[in-house]
Design a protein around this ligand. Structure first.
Ligand SMILES: Nc1ncnc2c1ncn2[C@@H]1O[C@H](COP(=O)(O)OP(=O)(O)OP(=O)(O)O)[C@@H](O)[C@H]1O
Length: 322
C-alpha cells in the first residue's frame, strides 16, 4: 500500500485554481518532494489530501484512508505528522500548553527528546517566540508522536542553517525507522538533498515527476577547458554543448557521452580541464522555462491568481492538526 495516493486531484477556490488534475503516489518509506514557486499549489494539494479542504474533483488516500471521508481522514491523521506552511499557533498559549494539547490528540513518545534536540524553551508564550522558535514548536508537534507519514509544508522556513541540518537529519532518521514523507519547498537544494523523487508543480499542475538521480544524470556535465591553441566559438558549437562561453578558458554544459567529449577535445592541446556534474538547476530549466527556483528567487512562474482572492478566504477546517 502506498503511503499516499493522489488521483486526479482538482481544487478550485471559487474560480481560482488551486491544483488541477494532480496524480502521484508516494511509496512506503519514500521521501517525495513537491517543488514549485509560490502559488504553484503545493499547500492546496497537501491540505486537500489531509481532508482540511474538500476537493472539487478527484481524491486520494493517506495510509490507505480516503481523504474525502471525514472519519477515515481523522483516523489517518492520528498516524500522520503535519507541519503547516503557516502554523497558526495560538499566540496566547505557552509552547508547553500547545504541545500538551497536541499530545492529547496523538501522543508524545518523542516529545522530550525533540524539545532537547531543538533547544526549545516550552515555558515561553508563543507570541513571545521568534519565527524560527515558533517553527521549532510546530516541528516538535509534527514529529513527537513518531508518525508513519509526515506531510511537511515548507518545513525549514525560518530555521537557521544549523537547525536546517538538524531537521534534515531528523527526517532521515525517521525514514530509516520506516516513515514516509511528502515535503514541499521552493528551494531546489533542500528537495534534492532529502528526496528520492520530486514532483514539479507549476500553475496548479504537476508538470513532471522524476527521481533526483535521473535529474542529476540528465543535468549533464559542466566542462571548463583551457587549450594551447586559439579557439573559434564555432569549433565548440556542436551537438551536446549548451551554455557555451569562449574566453581565456572555454566553458560549457556537455549533454553527450564521454567519448564524444574526448573526441571534441582531442583537436586541441589541453592545458587544463575540469569536468563536474552540472548544477541540478540546469535540469530544472526545462520545467521552469528558465525561471529556476532557488534560494535567491522563488521562480515566480506562479499560478494564476484570481482577482482579489485571499488565502484566508476559504473556510479551512485545519483545526486539530495545527
Ligand atoms: N484560501 C484561498 N482562497 C483563494 N485562493 C487561494 C487560497 N489558498 C490558495 N489560493 C490560491 O491557490 C493557488 C495555489 O496556492 P497554494 O498556496 O496552494 O500554493 P503554494 O505552492 O503552496 O504556494 P506558497 O509556496 O506561496 O505557499 C494560488 O493561486 C493561491 O492564490
Amino acid at each position: 500500500m502506498p503511503a499516499i495516493e493522489c488521483r486526479n486531484l482538482t481544487k478550485y477556490y471559487g474560480d481560482v485554481r488551486g491544483v488541477e488534475d494532480v496524480s502521484f503516489t508516494v511509496g512506503d518509506g519514500e521521501v517525495f518532494g513537491f517543488l514549485g514557486p509560490n502559488g504553484a499549489g503545493k499547500t492546496t494539494a497537501i491540505r486537500t489530501l489531509l481532508g482540511f479542504l474538500s476537493p472539487t474533483s478527484g481524491g486520494g488516500t493517506l495510509l490507505g484512508h480516503d481523504a474525502t471521508d471525514p472519519v477515515a481522514s481523522r483516523r489517518a491523521r492520528e498516524r500522520i505528522g503535519f507541519l503547516p506552511g503557516d502554523p497558526g499557533l495560538d499566540r496566547d498559549r505557552t509552547a508547553e500548553a500547545f504541545l500538551d494539547h497536541q499530545a492529547a490528540l496523538r501522543g508524545e513518545a518523542s516529545r522530550e527528546q525533540l524539545v532537547d534536540r531543538f533547544g526549545l524553551d516550552e515555558s515561553r508564550r508563543i507570541a513571545d517566540l521568534s519565527r524560527g522558535n515558533r517553527q521549532k514548536v510546530a516541528l516538535v508537534a509534527a514529529f513527537m508522536h513518531d508518525p508513519d507519514l509526515l506531510l511537511l509544508d515548507e518545513p525549514t522556513s525560518g530555521l537557521d542553517p544549523l537547525l536546517q541540518e538538524e531537521f534534515a537529519s531528523l527526517v532521515r532518521e525517521r525514514v530509516d525507522d520506516g516513515a514516509s514523507v511528502l515535503l514541499s519547498s521552493h528551494v531546489l537544494g533542500e528537495v534534492a538533498a532529502l528526496c528520492d523523487r520530486v514532483g514539479v508543480l507549476r500553475e496548479g499542475r504537476l508538470v513532471a515527476v522524476e527521481s533526483v538521480s535521473d535529474l542529476r544524470s540528465r543535468g549533464g556535465k559542466q566542462v571548463r577547458v583551457r587549450v594551447a591553441e586559439d579557439v573559434e566559438r564555432a569549433d565548440f558549437e556542436v551537438r551536446g554543448t549548451m551554455n557555451l562561453r569562449v574566453g581565456e578558458t572555454v566553458s560549457f554544459t556537455w549533454t553527450g557521452g564521454y567519448d564524444a567529449l574526448i573526441d571534441l577535445l582531442s583537436n586541441y592541446t589541453v592545458m587544463d580541464l575540469d569536468v563536474v556534474d552540472a548544477p541540478l538547476e540546469e535540469a530544472f530549466m526545462t520545467f521552469y522555462d528558465g525561471d529556476v527556483p532557488g534560494p535567491t528567487g522563488d521562480g515566480g512562474g506562479g499560478a494564476t491568481r484570481g482577482g482579489g482572492a485571499s488565502r484566508g478566504a476559504a473556510a479551512d477546517a485545519g483545526g486539530d492538526a495545527r
